[in-house]
Design a protein around this ligand. Structure first.
Ligand code: SF4
Ligand code: SF4
Length: 373
């Protein structure tokens, strides 16, 4: 059976601005009909690491907040802390950065609550009985919320190929130790010929698993990994300025994607008919908003999708990106222009694991009907 995915493209006209057009579309989501009076409604989104510019703008979030209130709910914005060091690994830094990026009460008309608390230790263990996990660690505010609206910035991702609603919910709302469970298969590998011994990876590694050492008669130091303490967060990979650290895959993308689906399922199944997904296909950057920069968009802005089905909305998002002409002077060029699979061409990762597994365990459908607003 196919699911309905609503689509608002970027065209506007006098008297119908994009926020107004989006509001009409958002109202189609079942979650807005099912929110009961005074229900606590989580709007989950990525506030962007410092230096990024691609995250969803607060002015759109405010429209969603208003709709939740109109429906009788009490909205709050949320995300859980990150595994990697950076400005979102504890609630104080995370909330400060959210504020810096415009997610203040004055702008969005709702409070920001970091879902897994001050140091990322507030979580609830939820049974999933999945292929990987019996129980998963869900950030407590996400678990205790009555309803949930995922607002995802669709973009590329080194492990997922692309990130949309599934990643936003599953990885985004896993508590810090839950994120560690999802990343456990990932181990980085240093490429000695490329390492210039700058030490940036050593500085950023949250577990002290990297150190500089002079090896093999080299006159310059080289980053060396201690695999025993590495938690697979991938922070070193995104930090290295010289692409001298690669991920030792050996099945990692499939496992990480599928584990994330199990986390997402723990959240979604606990709120039947009370989860909506909104995917913004704007500023479609090659990499995730956890980076400290946002590279040029690989295609022009497409619009916004919304659905009650997180699988369908993600599938439609990839399809629309792949149907759009590649832009020049982006991560897709030179030699990487692909009309059929843009995210795959950039990251050399099969992004479909997350969709296939999510469909297999009944979280949604990859078949959809696109309904234009
Ligand atoms: S950040 Fe990259 S170049 Fe610098 S020490 Fe680490 S691996 Fe080597
Ligand atoms: S060495 Fe391991 S723990 Fe340290 S930043 Fe890299 S992936 Fe994370």
């Amino acid at each position: 059976m196919s699911s309905i995915v609503y689509f608002a493209d970027m065209r506007t006209k006098k008297g119908a601005s994009l926020p107004e057009k989006l509001e009409v579309m958002f109202k189609e989501l079942a979650v807005f009909r099912n929110i009961k009076k005074d229900e606590l409604t989580a709007i989950t989104l990525h506030f962007g690491e410092r230096g990024t510019t691609g995250f969803v703008r607060p002015l759109y979030i405010r429209r969603i907040v208003n709709l939740v209130r109109e429906a009788g709910g009490k909205p709050f914005l949320t995300d859980a802390n990150t595994l990697y060091r950076g400005l979102r690994s504890n609630a104080v830094d995370h909330m400060s950065l959210a504020m810096e990026h415009g997610f203040s009460y004055a702008s969005v008309s709702a409070p920001v609550i970091i879902a897994d608390g001050l140091r990322g230790k507030d979580y609830v263990q939820v049974e999933v009985n999945g292929k990987y996990f019996k129980k998963v660690k869900i950030a407590s505010a996400a678990h205790h919320a009555d309803s949930l609206i995922s607002v995802a910035h669709v973009k590329g991702h080194v492990l997922f190929g692309f990130g949309g609603a599934i990643k936003n919910i599953g990885m985004g709302l896993g508590a810090r130790s839950g994120k560690q469970m999802m990343h456990a298969d990932l181990k980085p590998e240093i490429i000695p010929e490329k390492c210039i011994g700058c030490g940036m990876c050593v500085e950023w590694c949250p577990t002290g698993s990297l150190a500089l050492a002079k090896l093999g008669g080299r006159d310059k130091p080289l980053s060396v990994l201690n695999p025993a303490t590495c938690i697979g967060c991938g922070e070193c990979v995104v930090t290295c300025p010289n692409e001298a650290i690669k991920i030792s895959w050996s099945g990692a993308p499939q496992a990480v994607q599928e584990k994330t689906v199990e986390f997402a399922s723990a959240i979604i199944r606990q709120k039947p008919h009370k989860v909506g997904a909104i995917n913004f296909l704007m500023n479609i950057s090659p990499d995730c908003d956890c980076f400290s920069h946002t590279d040029a968009s690989i295609v022009a802005d497409i619009g916004v999708l919304a659905s009650d089905d997180i699988v369908a909305v993600d599938r439609a998002s990839v399809d629309l990106v792949n149907q759009s002409p590649a832009l020049q002077n982006t991560a897709l060029t030179p030699g990487k222009v692909a009309d059929s699979d843009k995210f795959g061409a950039i990251h050399n990762v099969d992004w479909s694991y997350q969709l296939t597994y999510a469909e297999q365990i009944g979280l949604g459908s990859t078949k959809y009907e696109l309904r234009r607003i």
